[in-house]
Design a protein around this ligand. Structure first.
Ligand code: TRP
Ligand code: SF4
Length: 403
C-alpha cells in the first residue's frame, strides 16, 4: 500500500463477477483485502450491476458467477466474521444513491473519465454507447459514498473513478451541506463540547484556517470524532466548519493504491482472462502442471544444451513471484549455462503453485458442498451493509428535499 491507513479506517472495495477468480486476482487484489480485514472495518462486495453495464446482453451466467466468486473469496481467506461480504444488487440503496447523485453530476465529468472511451474502444464488439455504461463510474461513486468509506483499495486503472467520487462528494456537500443557519448551529455545537474542548477547537480551527497548520486540523478532527455526547449531525457540522465549507454529509475517500503486484500470466503478459493466460483458483493439480509445462520459454533454447536468458522467459517471471533468492540463482546459473532443462526449471514453480492452491481448492470444495452456508453468509452481509446504507440515504434524502 502506498497510502498509510489509520487502524480502524473504513475500507470498501468491489469486484465484478466476470468468471472464476485466478491467481492474478489473488496476488493483485485478494491478498491485500485479506491483510486489510485484520486492522480495518472492511466491506467487500460483488459488483453485479457493474457487470451488467458491459454484459447486459447475456445475463445467463450471472448468478453462477456471483456464487462462485463469493466461494473463491472465502476459500482465499476472506473472513466473514471480520469483513462484511455482500452483493451490490441486494442493497438497492446503491441504485437510489446513484440516481440522486446523477441529478447533480455534470455530463462532462463522466465523459472525461479515461476508462469511458478506452473501454468502448477496447470492447468494440459490444455496443457500449449506453446510458448505463456512461454512468459506470457514478454507480461506483455511489457504492463508495454510501458507506462513507475512508479508503478504497484499487489498482491504477480505478484511480480516476475514486477521483471522480471525491469530486462528486465535494459538490454534494457544497450544494446540500449549506443548511440555513449553518454558522449558528456550528457555533452552538462547539459550545456543547464544554468550555475546555470548545476553546481547544476554536484555537486549532484558527491555526488551520489562518496559518494552514495541518497538525492543528488533525487535532481538531480527532477532538470532534471523540465527542461522545454530540449527535452525528453536530459532528458533521463541526468537521465542515473546520474546513470552512458547510456540513460534510458524504465523505471524500482516498484511493489506497494496491502495489503494482502484477502477476505474470502463462505467456509473460499480465495475467488476465482476456489474454487466456490464467491459472484459476479451481484448476486441478493436473491442470496446473499441464499449463506450466506447456508454457513457452526463451526461444533461444531450442535444444537442451542451448543456453538461455531468463529475462526473455515467462517462467522466470513466475520464479520472481514464487522462488527465494537461492532458487532464483539456481535458475540464473542453470539457464545461462544450459546446466538445467526447461522442465527442471518449471518443476519448482509447479510445486509452489500447487502448495499455494491446494488449501484454497480444498476450502472451495467444502463451501461448494454447503450452499446454504454460503447463502446465509451473503444474506447476513447484505443485511449488515443495508444498515449502513439506510443511514446514509436517510441523510441524503433529507437534504435533497425528500422525506
Ligand atoms: N470498477 C471496479 C473494477 O472494475 C469494481 C467496482 C465497482 C469497485 N464498484 C466499486 C471497486 C467500488 C471499488 C469500489 O474493478
Ligand atoms: Fe526459461 Fe527456465 Fe528454460 Fe531458462 S531454463 S528458458 S528460465 S524455463
Amino acid at each position: 500500500m502506498t497510502t498509510t491507513l489509520e487502524p480502524g479506517s473504513r475500507i470498501l472495495s468491489g469486484m465484478r463477477p466476470t468468471g472464476r477468480i485466478h491467481l492474478g486476482h489473488y496476488h493483485g487484489v485478494l491478498k491485500n483485502w485479506i491483510n486489510l480485514q485484520h486492522e480495518h472495518e472492511c466491506f467487500f462486495f460483488v459488483a453485479d450491476w457493474h457487470a451488467l453495464t458491459t454484459h447486459y446482453e447475456d445475463p445467463r451466467d450471472l448468478q453462477t458467477h456471483i456464487r462462485e466468486m463469493v466461494v473463491d473469496w472465502l476459500a482465499a481467506g476472506i473472513d466473514p466474521g471480520r469483513a462484511c461480504l455482500f452483493v451490490q444488487s441486494q442493497v438497492p440503496e446503491h441504485a437510489e444513491l446513484h440516481l440522486l447523485l446523477s441529478m447533480m453530476t455534470p455530463n462532462g465529468w463522466l465523459e472525461r473519465v479515461p476508462s469511458y472511451k478506452d473501454q468502448q474502444a477496447k470492447l468494440k464488439e459490444k455496443d457500449l454507447s449506453t446510458y448505463g455504461f456512461l454512468g459506470y463510474p457514478l454507480l461506483q461513486s455511489a457504492d463508495i459514498l454510501l458507506y462513507k468509506a475512508d479508503a478504497v483499495p484499487v489498482g491504477e486503472d480505478q484511480v480516476a473513478h475514486v477521483e471522480l467520487t471525491r469530486e462528486v462528494a465535494r459538490r454534494f456537500n457544497f450544494l446540500y451541506g449549506r443548511e440555513p443557519g449553518f454558522e449558528e448551529k456550528a457555533e452552538a455545537a462547539v459550545d456543547k463540547m464544554g468550555k475546555k474542548n470548545a476553546k481547544l477547537y476554536r484555537n486549532q480551527r484558527k491555526a488551520w484556517q489562518e496559518q494552514g497548520d495541518e497538525g492543528a486540523l488533525d487535532i481538531a478532527k480527532a477532538l470532534v470524532e471523540n465527542q461522545q455526547n454530540l449527535t452525528l449531525a453536530d459532528k458533521d457540522r463541526l468537521l465542515g466548519y473546520l474546513e470552512g465549507g458547510g456540513r460534510i454529509i458524504l465523505v471524500e475517500p482516498e484511493a489506497a493504491l494496491t502495489e503494482a503486484a502484477k502477476m505474470p500470466g502463462l505467456d509473460g503478459q499480465k495475467m488476465s482472462k482476456s489474454y487466456g493466460n490464467t491459472i484459476s483458483l479451481r484448476d486441478t493439480t493436473e491442470e496446473v502442471e499441464q499449463k506450466v509445462r506447456r508454457m513457452p520459454t526463451d526461444p533461444a533454447r531450442v535444444r537442451r544444451d542451448d543456453p538461455g536468458t531468463p529475462e526473455k522467459c515467462p517462467v522466470w517471471e513466475l520464479h520472481k513471484v514464487y522462488s527465494d533468492e537461492e532458487r532464483q540463482e539456481w535458475v540464473q546459473k542453470g539457464c545461462t549455462s544450459a546446466g538445467i532443462g526447461c522442465i527442471d526449471c518449471k518443476m519448482p514453480v509447479i510445486e509452489a503453485m500447487e502448495k499455494e492452491l491446494a488449501p484454497m481448492r480444498q476450502r472451495a470444495q467444502e463451501f461448494d458442498a454447503q450452499p446454504d452456508l454460503v447463502q446465509s453468509i451473503i444474506e447476513e452481509g447484505n443485511e449488515r451493509a443495508r444498515e449502513q446504507a439506510r443511514d446514509t440515504l436517510r441523510e441524503v434524502r433529507a437534504v435533497m428535499g425528500l422525506v
